[in-house]
Design a protein around this ligand. Structure first.
Ligand code: UDP
Length: 345
């Protein structure tokens, strides 16, 4: 048996993918990483940064995972497992452009699964989202993996449909081995400050917005509502350090490579919620100055509180978060201050 496993990381140049790449390469020589990315929401320079951090090269293919060219990757490499993060992820954009999301997210997943079948690659880690839990009531918290699924936007529908496709594959094929990871709210960056989230234009998510306020690119954060039934009226979310999230993928991979499990679902979250105001205060501590904000109307579709029950991942994957909210803010600020223009410094 070969000792080093070859992992195809689709979307590996992106925010989460680049951190997974580093974690895989840091596991001695356990994993060889093959990144496929079309840079639709990422930058080629990330590959140099990954090399800076790890001292190792990844094999890279600039390919849209929907295209026929993807087969080349399977022909040229003996792949042991696929981690698939190649997808669009902006909720608001998906409402405006649903076909863009169904086309990209579902066709790329189908293409990948068909090639995996053709080349007898059975291990698959799927990047899903807590958005598949749809509307959550306060008395249903924390959310565990058995919570009913539903969606409120096309992005969420692509994730839920993606999960359904995988469940059907697992029913039809006893060799198919799959873990679905439902992410909560990833923020933070690698502690080196060399890789992180590069938000282009006006960020839709709260942390990249805050960091753009910190570098003076935006004047203040708009807080979407302060009249929710929460600790201080602002929305509460389960923020997770992106390095913890990346380590969760490595644990999932280990489980797939060592066991025949069919399909399993795991929440990746910290299991604790923080409000937008708590996040701003924590960030302001790391930044050394107060982040300015204004209270504006609620954002349509936002829930008041969502946080995970991550105990299944702890029990079965032996995974739990190590970083605190202060660590996440420190690392987000470290990344943004060292790279005010993202990878185009
Ligand atoms: N939020 C905010 N201002 C922003 C962006 C987000 O107040 O510019 C709030 C949002 O209402 C929610 C939390 O921050 O309570 C996290 O939002 P984000 O878009 O980052 O993630 P979501 O949980 O919606 O996927």
């Amino acid at each position: 048996m070969r000792d080093t496993k070859s992992i195809l990381l689709a979307g590996g140049a992106g925010y989460i993918g680049s951190h997974i790449c580093v974690e895989l390469l840091n596991r001695d020589n356990k994993y060889k990483v093959i990144v496929v990315d079309n840079f639709s929401n990422s930058n080629p320079k990330v590959l140099d940064r990954i090399k800076d951090i790890t001292g190792k090269d990844v094999k890279f293919y600039e390919i849209d995972t929907r295209s026929n060219e993807l087969e080349k990757v399977f022909k040229e490499n003996k792949i042991d497992a696929v981690i698939d993060l190649a997808a669009y992820k902006a909720v608001g954009d998906s409402v405006k452009n649903p076909l863009k999301y169904y086309n990209n997210n579902l066709i790329s997943q189908m293409n990948m699964l068909l090639l995996m079948k053709k080349y007898s690659v059975n291990n698959f880690v799927f990047s899903s989202s807590a958005t598949v839990y749809g509307e959550v009531k306060a008395d249903e918290l924390p959310i565990n993996e058995n919570h009913p699924t539903s969606t409120t936007n096309p992005y969420g529908s692509t994730k839920l449909m993606g999960e359904q496709i995988l469940q059907d594959c697992s029913i039809s094929d006893p060799d198919f081995n799959c873990i679905v990871l439902r992410y909560f709210n990833p923020i933070g960056a690698h502690e080196s400050g060399k890789i992180g989230e590069e938000a282009i234009g006006i960020p839709a998510n709260v942390m990249p917005y805050i960091t753009k306020v910190a570098i003076g690119e935006l004047p203040y954060l708009n807080i979407f509502g302060n009249d929710y039934d929460t600790i201080d009226g602002t929305g509460v979310r389960d923020y997770i350090h992106v390095v913890d999230l990346a380590k969760g993928h490595v644990k999932a991979l280990e489980r797939l490579l060592n066991n025949r499990i069919g399909i399993e679902y795991f929440n990746l979250g910290a299991g604790k919620g923080f409000s937008v105001l708590e996040l701003i205060h924590a960030f302001s501590r790391a930044y050394g100055k107060q982040i300015e904000y204004k209270i504006v109307d609620r954002r349509p579709g936002d829930a008041a509180i969502i946080y995970a029950d991550p105990s299944k991942a702890k029990d079965i994957l032996n995974w739990q978060v190590e970083y605190s909210l202060d660590d996440m803010c420190r690392d987000s600020w470290n990344w943004q201050s060292k790279n005010p223009n993202g990878y185009n410094i």
